[in-house]
Design a protein around this ligand. Structure first.
Ligand SMILES: C[S@@+](CC[C@H](N)C(=O)[O-])C[C@H]1O[C@@H](n2cnc3c(N)ncnc32)[C@H](O)[C@@H]1O
Length: 409
């Protein structure tokens, strides 16, 4: 389905206005900016406008959207999370509520927390399960802060400052040398990006982890130009060859958690970029779109300043008299058109993300795991709310995929 409908999602709405979308665009031509925002974050509205044209897409999504599973955690003392921002804390509680029952079964040995950041997840895990946690993180400053917090609370959480690509990992601490990635039964990763989470699944399964818990994010963060499917079933399809970095970015393009100010800033930048491009086209007619680097930290006070920053990058000589308000207004119109095009592309965001999750789920099944896929928090807490849970089935170790996957509600 995704391959067949590829012309409706595989384009860049900033630079391309494909003609075959006209019929779909006409359905939302009357919507204003606020209504387009609302449409962007509401699958029922998307279905209302576009289901007539993509019936299989919306039917599939309605059937396959994993259930949001909520389990009550015991009450948690405030001192455990004073440094954790609100939404991150809610994500961590949801993740632990879904995973700690599994991990309990193996409470004597350590758990591994992959790409740990400050190890907030590992901290709650160790407190809930009384299970030591080894938190692996690349940035030393995050390790130091996380370790300091764990020491203060006397929790058995040990940070290893290392690159996860360089296993086996070890660290020398006051207690001696810690070796990790050997016997840990429970492996967890919250919002490990792109190839880091793929590497996580390969490593955890190679080390025969008993339980694996993964909430993936930032699918486009990888070296390769296209997605490298993990499971043999997906490798045999044509879709991975279509999943370039732009498509992988689409799977997570969502501003639902962005505040009004962030949205306004983003909208303003797009207005200026599109307005500048209209001006550049006027001065250099018939030339293809030219890329602009992302803006430096120092921002520009107005559209004119922005264009003066951009023009030399394209060898554009700005004439002395330019109708700045007219080009800025044109940029705004272009952005609304872009939003309309994206309204169509964005119908495919979640299906693409689910496909990426299913690839990993089936890979785990191929490695002899029983797998479930669920949401561990609501979309407005984090749109990256898919959680893969895998238990190693000792009777079926290394068995090929033998049954339909028991993944959905
Ligand atoms: C999106 S953050 C997630 C942090 C944490 N799990 C959370 O949910 O708050 C990803 C983390 O992976 C770390 N990271 C990136 N590349 C890494 C590598 N090669 N080895 C270990 N950690 C890495 C980053 O420094 C960052 O802290």
């Amino acid at each position: 389905m995704l391959s067949e409908l590829r012309p409706y999602w595989d384009f860049n709405a900033f630079t391309q206005r494909p003609g075959h979308l006209t019929w779909a665009l006409s359905k939302i031509a009357h919507l204003n900016e606020a209504q387009l925002w609302a449409l962007d974050n509401d699958v029922e509205q998307q279905a209302h406008y576009f289901a007539g044209n993509f019936p299989t897409l919306f039917e599939w999504q309605a059937q396959c959207e994993p259930a949001l599973v909520t389990t009550q955690l015991p009450s948690i003392p405030f001192w455990l999370h004073t440094d954790i921002p609100g939404r991150k804390w809610q994500q961590i509680q949801g993740f632990c509520a879904a995973t700690t029952q599994n991990a309990h079964a193996n409470s004597s040995a350590s758990a591994i927390e992959w790409c740990a950041g400050k190890g907030h997840l590992g901290r709650l895990h160790t407190w809930l399960c009384a299970q030591p946690v080894i938190s692996i993180e690349w940035q030393n400053s995050l390790c130091l802060q996380g370790q300091q917090y764990a020491n203060k609370l006397k929790l058995p959480q040990q940070f290893i400052n290392a690159d996860i690509h360089k296993l086996p990992l070890s660290a020398t601490t006051a207690q001696g040398t810690i070796q990790c990635a050997t016997q840990a039964p429970h492996w967890m990763a919250l919002h490990a990006c792109g190839e880091l989470h793929c590497h996580f699944l390969h490593t955890a399964t190679q080390h025969k982890a008993s339980t694996i818990a993964l909430a993936p994010c930032c699918y486009h963060r990888q070296q390769a130009t296209h997605y490298q499917a993990l499971c043999t079933a997906a490798q045999a399809t044509a879709l991975p060859a279509s999943l370039n970095l732009q498509a992988l970015r689409l799977a997570q393009q969502n501003q639902i958690t962005a505040g009004n100010r962030e949205r306004e800033q983003r909208a303003n930048e797009l207005n200026w970029r599109l307005g500048y491009e209209a001006l550049r086209q006027t001065l250099q007619p018939g030339t293809p779109y030219k890329n602009l680097p992302s803006k430096q930290k120092q921002s520009h006070d107005n559209f004119e300043q922005f264009c003066q920053w951009a023009a030399p990058k394209h060898q554009v000589n700005l004439p002395a008299t330019i109708d700045w308000p007219a080009f800025e207004a044109q940029g705004q119109q272009e952005r609304l058109q872009m939003m309309r095009h994206d309204a169509i592309r964005h119908c495919f965001r979640r299906p693409l993300e689910l496909w990426l999750a299913l690839d990993k789920a089936v890979f785990l099944e191929e490695q002899g795991y029983s797998v479930s896929l669920q949401q561990f928090c609501a979309n407005h807490i984090s749109p990256r709310n898919l959680l893969l849970l895998a238990n190693r089935d000792i009777n079926a170790a290394n068995s090929p995929l033998s049954k339909p996957y028991p993944l959905f509600k």
